[in-house]
Design a binder for this molecule. Structure first.
Ligand code: FVH
Length: 293
C-alpha cells in the first residue's frame, strides 16, 4: 500500500554523520516528518533548513516519533546516547555497524526497555543513499513485525533485504560481505604492486583486472553448491593439486617484481594444508573448513 503525503510515517533519526545525513535527506525528500538529533548540534543546522525538526535532547527526539532510527558510530555510542532515554512503545531500528553479538545484546537491551528492535547493516556508502540505480541496500534482521510495518519507510533511503528473526544476522551478512570485499582488495593491491615498477599504465590495467574479478566472482555459486552438498569435488574445473602446484610461480613472480608475498602467502598455506589433508581432486572450497575453529 502506498502512503499519501499526509500519512507518511514520522521518523526520528539519531546521528547525523555522513551516513545519517544522507539517510535524513531521503526521508525529507519523500515527505516524512523527520525529527533529528546529533550529539554535536551544529551538524543538524543544514537539515533544519531543509525541513527537519532538529532537537537538542535525545529524549525529546525519541519522544517525537514511534519509529526511531539510529545511525551512530558504533555500539558503544548507541548505548551511551540512549542510556537514560524512555524507549517504551518505540520501534528502534539500529543501522549502526556492530558485531552480530552486539546486535543480539542490543535487541535484548531494547526489549527490557519496552521497545521493539530491528537491526540493520548498510551495504552502501553515503553517495549511494537515495540513488536506487546505485544498488545500495540494507540488510535487516530481528522483529519481522517491525520490518513489515515499516517496510515502505525503510525502503526510502535504499533497498531492503530482510534476513530473518535472528537479530544478529543482518550484522553477520554485512560483515561477511565486507570481509569478502577486503579479501578482494587484498588481491587487487597485490596485482597493482606487481605491475607498479613496470611500464604498464595502471589505468589501462584496471579494466582487465575488474573484468577478470567479475568473471571469477561467478565461482561463489559453485562454492556455495559444494558447501551445501558437502562434496567439494562436484563440478571442479581447476583442481586443488593443479592450483597448489602453481603457487611457486606466483611467489617467484612477486619476488622478482620486488613485491612482498604477505597478502598471498597465508591463503597459499591454507591451500597446501587442505591438499595434504584431503587430496587434490577438490576445489578450493575445503579452505572454508580449515578456517572453522
Ligand atoms: N559512511 C560509510 O561509508 C559507511 C557505510 C556503511 C555503514 N557505515 C556505518 O554507519 C554508521 C554511521 O557512519 P557515518 O558515516 O555516519 O559515521 P560518522 O560520519 O563518523 O558519524 C558518526 C556519528 O556518530 C555520532 N557519535 C559518535 N560517538 C557518539 C557518542 N558517544 N554518542 C552519541 N553520538 C556519537 C557522531 O556524532 P558527532 O561526532 O557529530 O557528535 C556522528 O553523528 C557507522 O556505524 C558506520 O560503520 C557507514
Amino acid at each position: 500500500m502506498t502512503q499519501n503525503s499526509a500519512e507518511k510515517t514520522p521518523v526520528t533519526l539519531l546521528g547525523l554523520g555522513a551516513m545519517g545525513t544522507a539517510l535524513a535527506r531521503t526521508w525529507l525528500a519523500a515527505g516524512h516528518p523527520l525529527t533529528v538529533w546529533n550529539r554535536t548540534p551544529g551538524r543538524a543546522a543544514g537539515l533544519a533548513g531543509e525541513g527537519a525538526k532538529a532537537v537538542g535532547g535525545v529524549a525529546e527526539a525519541v519522544a517525537a516519533s514511534g519509529l526511531v532510527v539510529v545511525c551512530l558510530l558504533d555500539d558503544a555510542s548507541v548505548g551511551e546516547a540512549l542510556a537514560d532515554v524512555d524507549l517504551a512503545g518505540k520501534d528502534l531500528v539500529n543501522l549502526t555497524t556492530t558485531t552480530p553479538a552486539q546486535a543480539r545484546d542490543r535487541a535484548a537491551w531494547a526489549r527490557e526497555r519496552g521497545a521493539r528492535y530491528l537491526d540493520g547493516g548498510i551495504m552502501a556508502v553515503p553517495p549511494m543513499i537515495g540513488v536506487p540505480e546505485a544498488g545500495g541496500y540494507v540488510f535487516y534482521s530481528g522483529a519481522e513485525a517491525v520490518f513489515e510495518q515499516h517496510r515502505e519507510t525503510l525502503a526510502v533511503p535504499a533497498g531492503t533485504t530482510y534476513v530473518g528473526e535472528d537479530t544478529g544476522h543482518a550484522a553477520l551478512h554485512d560483515v561477511a560481505l565486507l570481509s569478502a570485499m577486503y579479501g578482494m582488495f587484498a588481491g587487487v593491491h597485490h596485482a597493482f604492486a606487481l605491475i607498479r615498477k613496470e611500464d604498464i599504465d595502471p589505468v589501462a590495467f584496471a579494466p582487465l583486472l575488474a573484468d577478470w574479478l567479475a568473471a571469477m566472482a561467478q565461482g561463489v555459486h559453485l562454492t556455495a553448491g559444494q558447501l551445501r552438498s558437502g562434496d567439494y569435488t562436484q563440478g571442479v574445473v581447476s583442481n586443488l593439486a593443479m592450483q597448489v602446484a602453481g603457487t611457486p610461480t606466483f611467489l617467484s613472480t612477486a619476488e622478482q617484481q620486488g613485491v612482498s608475498p604477505e597478502l598471498l602467502r597465508p591463503y597459499f598455506d591454507l591451500m597446501a594444508r587442505r591438499l595434504a589433508e584431503a587430496g587434490g581432486e577438490e576445489d578450493l572450497t575445503g579452505v572454508v573448513d580449515l578456517l572453522l575453529r
